[in-house]
Design a protein around this ligand. Structure first.
Ligand code: FES
Ligand code: MG
Length: 565
């Protein structure tokens, strides 16, 4: 490597280069490293361990394996911490802080002298934040996910976070499970380190990052506590030293072709709706976009092959034991661009080789006998969502795909939680529940799109209704739920104009979402809208309020995306 590489990279800040070198070495000696090791290629390891992030609990052990791989391949591992986002512990929502973590990763990767970086993380917002940052920093990078949780047991039944969490909670709300039992259940749902055990957002991101080519083959699915996870960590450490030497940047790997491959995989795994926002934000950092029409076209021609919860019956550990993502990619190979380059320098086709040795067809179906003939996601547009909305068809009830119904409107999260279980609430199973002011600016875009079935209907046995909002939904949730309505209601999107009693039409077949109210009436209502919420006075929250883009642009910050053209 040239002197511009390694620990001497970017040495200009003291003017006198020799003095700068001398000073940098002085402080590196304080770290106890030998003078020889300082001449090796420097590999950053971006870590995100935190007591508030139990999904990353085994990271210290995993990072040791990465470092061992880097050393074995002749590199110098330099671990550094970044922001850590534990999904369940952030207020108002983890979504608000994804871009903060992305900025942290971007600046630390750029500012510190490293030739390449291993991004270690897993919980929902972490992988997108790390790749957004690394893509913007432009330094060679490879992703290493922490891996999913293993399942637990509750009274003989295998359970895992967090589709089963929701199922038990729905039974508790319906009065089928009492308070003592729900507290026994909660101790068994998340029993190991690792990310949620189903095809939620974390698992979806792990799979699509492998499909994008930004992680090692067969690295998405190994459970966090499985020995395979440590072996993958070590192999990632070995690989990154070669990636650094080749100066293979992410913009060589992430192209229109690999993005299409990733979207195919997102659809074929029945992945989380959140992943579309994150993938849009990630590839947006490289000037690429996901075209809504192309998404629907890919969705129409990509069958769902993977039978994981929330849409199927299995868990990530089962997918790992069934050939992992390579089994899915191999099955999809005729629909993929196999010439796409991956981070290790081989093409996707070369990676796939002759295919997996054994696949459990209960978990990974064949193209001829898919779980569903069409892909999981449908982009909707119409008078209620001029810039788009999303429905997870694979998690929804087909009987509700073509619905015209009466809106029952909740004006905010607080209004929803106050009234949803009111026995006097005027609501029927054929109505359409609408939640306003839960978009990025309105409320930080929480996973509140999974509106609960009103208490009185839940107790009467109603399990699904059409629900519409500008919020997100957890990847572990299911139902006929329209999300990400854009523009959001807090900035005056048509969602803000809906009133209880209006008719709303959803057509999944036509990809439409319409508010059936006369334009002059909507104009009259618009004049009565309250002003948008004021920006917070200071700090990061102010930056977020002033610069966050809509869901159709991945909720990235406007100033973080490269200028058009
Ligand atoms: Fe971390 Fe689900 S809470 S992945
Ligand atoms: Mg989640």
């Amino acid at each position: 490597m040239s002197e511009e590489s390694g620990i001497y990279r970017g040495l200009v800040s003291y003017g006198d280069r020799d003095f700068s070198k001398y000073l940098r070495r002085t402080f590196l000696h304080a770290s106890g490293r030998s003078p020889e090791s300082l001449d090796r290629p420097v590999i950053g390891i971006a870590t995100s361990t935190s007591d508030f992030n139990p999904c990353h609990r085994q990271q210290p052990e995993l990072i040791r394996s990465v470092a061992n791989g880097i050393i074995a391949a002749g590199g110098l591992p330099m671990e550094f911490p970044t922001v850590s986002l534990g999904e369940s512990f952030l207020e108002p929502t983890s979504m608000v802080y994804r871009n903060l973590m992305a900025m942290d990763v971007e600046e630390l990767v750029r500012a510190q002298p490293m030739d390449a970086v291993v991004l270690v993380g897993g919980c929902d917002k972490t992988v997108p934040a790390q790749l957004m940052g690394a893509f913007s920093a432009g330094r060679p990078a490879i992703q290493l996910v922490t891996g999913p949780m293993s399942t637990g047991r509750y009274q003989g039944e295998r359970v895992g976070a967090c589709t089963d969490c929701r199922r038990f909670w729905a039974r508790y709300r319906a009065g089928e499970v009492d308070a003592a039992e729900i507290s026994r259940v909660e101790r068994n749902l998340a029993t190991t380190a690792g990310t949620c055990a189903v095809m939620g957002t974390a698992s979806t991101m792990a799979c699509i990052v492998e499909a994008l080519g930004m992680a090692l083959p067969d690295s998405a699915t190994a459970p966090a506590v499985h020995a395979d996870r440590l072996r993958i960590g070590e192999a990632t450490g070995v690989a990154v030293v070669e990636i650094a030497a080749a100066r293979r940047t992410s913009s060589q790997v992430v192209t229109a072709a690999s993005v299409r491959n990733a979207v195919r995989v997102l659809l074929a795994i029945g992945g989380s709706t959140n992943a579309l926002i994150h993938l849009t934000a990630m590839v947006g950092r490289l000037g690429l976009r996901i075209d809504p029409d192309e998404l629907n076209e890919l969705s129409a021609t990509t069958p769902v092959l993977v039978e994981l919860k929330p849409t199927g019956a299995h868990y990530m550990e089962d997918l790992h034991a069934s050939g992992g993502l390579p089994a899915v990619l191999h099955e999809l190979r005729d629909l993929l661009d196999l010439s796409a380059l991956t981070v290790t320098g081989e093409t996707l086709g070369e990676r796939l080789g002759s295919g997996p040795v054994w696949v459990d067809r209960e978990v990974v179906r064949t193209l001829d006998s898919p779980a569903r003939a069409e892909g999981g996601l449908v982009w909707l547009q119409g008078s209620l969502a001029p810039s788009g909305a999303l429905i997870k068809r694979s998690a929804a009830d087909p009987a509700l795909f073509e619905t015209t119904g009466r809106a029952v409107v909740f004006s905010s999260l607080a209004d929803l939680s106050e009234r949803i279980d009111d026995p006097e609430l005027d609501v029927a199973a054929s109505d359409v529940l609408v939640l306003q002011n839960a978009g990025p600016i309105g409320a930080g875009m929480p996973e509140a799109g999974y509106l609960p079935i009103p208490g009185k209907l839940a107790r009467a046995g109603v399990r699904d209704m059409v629900r519409i909002s500008d919020a997100r939904m957890s990847g572990t949730a299911y139902g006929t739920i329209v999300l990400h309505v854009t523009p959001e209601s807090a900035v005056g999107g048509p969602l803000a104009l809906v009133r209880t009693g209006d008719q709303i039409r959803l057509s999944v077949a036509e990809g439409r979402l319409d508010l059936l109210v006369a334009p002059d009436e909507l104009e009259r209502r618009r004049a009565e809208l309250p002003p948008p919420p004021p920006a917070p006075a200071t700090g990061y929250r102010r930056l977020f309020h002033e610069h966050v883009l809509g869901a159709d642009e991945g909720c990235d910050f406007d100033f973080c995306r490269p200028p058009a053209g």
